[in-house]
Design a protein around this ligand. Structure first.
Ligand SMILES: NC(=O)c1ccc[n+]([C@@H]2O[C@H](COP(=O)([O-])OP(=O)(O)OC[C@H]3O[C@@H](n4cnc5c(N)ncnc54)[C@H](OP(=O)(O)O)[C@@H]3O)[C@@H](O)[C@H]2O)c1
Length: 309
């Protein structure tokens, strides 16, 4: 079996519905300990499994460097997405997200050039504005001009927005982004309709948090929970919904990941893992594809409504 591919909006790229989110490669103290050899094995396995989309960021510690070191020689095998607006120097270990961002041209250019060096490439397929700044801030900072200049120079092929409420509707209305990266899962449905709106407007949709940070997989992951929700909220939503009755023998993780894959507008969900076993199991789940349509509808009926907290 192979992982299904979908068009990424109008970019002309066909991306696997399961992508690889490389945040788990950031290293300690924010991420798990992972030595260079294990990171190399994991990244090779990502491509060997057929995944053709990798998402990273300046803000993910060692992630860009590891991708460059272990995968630059296979650069034509993956669609490479990173982010901009992040500061060049790593936040101190004591800092907690959200980290400060600077969307002015000088920082955007310096960050992109650093990403290209770290990633061992001469082009990013997608450069996403990180942390969903307001359109007003981007206008004041001349952010779009900076992105356009990098695109004109061939350093960046497509421009994206890592968008969330409250600014995401305005970002879609701007009509300038090729791709949106948006959080979504069975326990985090706030952006469900906006994902469809972004795609109806012609963009591609990358879904993050699609394994709900492993939320239903085990107790450790439940404590972590989806980014953007108060601690414990993902678990509370799952448990109060009664959706567990619908699993039909699937593991919770399989159900959640296939629920995410069922969003009709999804191009790819960029699931993060530091574990080879988890990667293999996510690939096997993705090969099973979306949930049957009736089951997806029943699950949505039990889970909280898209906009509701
Ligand atoms: N744009 C943004 O602001 C932003 C914010 C956050 C994330 N992202 C991107 O989105 C990607 C994914 O986001 P996310 O980390 O929030 O959500 P996610 O992919 O839903 O969850 C990742 C977490 O789930 C665990 N996991 C993965 N597969 C598993 C499995 N089969 N069984 C048990 N646990 C499993 C991973 O731990 P293990 O390492 O133990 O597998 C990891 O802690 C990131 O890597 C990053 O590329 C972007």
């Amino acid at each position: 079996m192979t992982i299904q591919t979908r068009p990424l909006g109008k970019t002309g790229a066909d991306v696997t519905v399961l992508g690889y989110g490389a945040m788990e490669l950031r290293g300690e103290p924010r991420g798990p300990a992972l030595d260079d050899k294990d990171a190399g094995r994991l990244l090779s396995a990502v491509l060997d499994s057929g995944i053709n989309l990798i998402d990273t960021s300046i803000d993910y510690g060692h992630s860009e460097e590891l991708i460059g070191r272990h995968l630059a020689h296979r650069r034509d095998e993956y669609f490479l997405a990173s982010k901009c607006g992040c500061l060049l120097s790593e936040p101190p270990p004591s800092a907690t997200p959200p980290f400060p961002h600077d969307y002015r041209p000088e920082n955007i250019r310096a960050g992109t050039e650093q990403s290209l060096r770290r990633l061992g490439t001469d082009r990013l397929d997608l450069l996403q504005v990180h942390m969903s700044p307001s359109p007003a801030q981007m206008e004041t900072d001349h952010t779009m001009e900076a992105l356009q200049a990098l695109q004109d120079e061939g350093k960046v092929r497509f421009i994206g927005m890592s968008g969330t409420l409250p600014h995401l509707p305005d970002h879609i209305a701007m009509g300038v982004f090729d791709v949106f990266q948006i959080p979504y899962s069975a326990v985090q449905r706030e952006h469900e309709e906006l994902i469809s709106a972004a795609v109806s407007a012609g963009a591609g949709a990358l879904i993050r948090g699609g394994a709900a940070r492993g939320a239903p997989a085990d107790d450790k992951a439940w404590r972590q929970g989806p980014i953007g929700l108060p601690e414990g909220e993902g678990r509370a939503r799952w448990e109060s919904s009664g959706v567990e009755d619908l699993l039909e023998g699937m593991s919770r993780l399989e159900f959640v990941l296939r629920f995410t894959l069922s969003h009709p507008a999804l191009s790819s969900t960029i699931v993060g893992t530091s574990s080879l076993d988890h990667l293999r199991s996510n690939v096997a789940i993705a090969e099973n594809g979306p949930l049957p349509a009736e089951l997806y509808e029943s699950a949505k009926n039990r889970l909280r409504p898209p906009g509701g907290a």
